[in-house]
Design a protein around this ligand. Structure first.
Ligand code: MN
Length: 203
């Protein structure tokens, strides 16, 4: 199959000023599209041509770094757009209980997400994830992903400079503060937790 650019689930101005329409036009329209184009070109006519994106990622991990990077980045960006929301969202009771158990409170979780995102060296991703009924913060480097891991990813934040440079220049803390405190999609996280299986990139 040919993987398509997932539409933004909000208008491109909806995340401003945390993330501007200009950033989204490049990040969604150019970066995410390029990862998809390279993935589609690499699998065309191969055994992977009809596989799900998650299966492409799993097959390419450790065997085909170029395909892995593009397929994983395709997945991560699709997941990231859903991890953001225009309006304030709420965590389910189930998720809130698990956040309190793992981190103390939602404010403590937000502070730890910001710390881990700030401390992450160079490019990558910081995730809220669930495994065996427990929540944790996970980091993946460069294009790496939790899509084919034992974790059920609930939310992700892109730490690549292209995610924030136009809006916040080199100030990753300003980007993290704005996204974490204003734009995370707790309803999406709650849905992912309730489903109990890893979110699938739309076929
Ligand atoms: Mn990105």
């Amino acid at each position: 199959m040919s993987f398509k650019l997932t539409p933004l689930p909000y208008p491109d101005t909806a995340l401003d000023p945390a993330i501007s329409a200009e950033t989204l036009s490049f990040h969604h329209g150019k970066h995410h599209q390029a990862y998809l184009d390279k993935t589609n070109a690499a699998i065309k006519g191969t055994d992977h041509a009809d596989a799900s994106l998650e299966d492409v990622i799993a097959a390419a991990r450790g065997t085909n770094q170029g395909l892995f990077n593009n397929a994983a980045q395709s997945y991560n960006h699709g997941f990231y757009w859903q991890s953001l929301a225009a309006d304030s969202t709420s965590a389910s009771d189930e998720l809130t209980v698990m956040i309190d158990a793992a981190f103390g409170s939602t404010d403590d979780l937000k502070a730890k997400l910001a710390d881990r995102g700030l401390g992450h060296f160079a490019s990558g991703w910081v995730w809220l994830a669930e495994k065996d009924g427990k929540l944790s913060i996970e980091e993946t480097h460069d294009g790496d992903t939790l899509a084919d891991s034992d974790f059920n990813p609930l939310l992700v934040i892109d730490l690549w400079e292209h995610a924030y440079y136009l809006d916040h220049q080199n100030k990753r803390p300003a980007y993290l503060d704005a996204v974490i405190n204003q734009k995370l999609n707790w309803a999406f996280a709650s849905d992912n937790l309730a489903r109990g299986t890893t979110w699938k990139y739309p076929a």
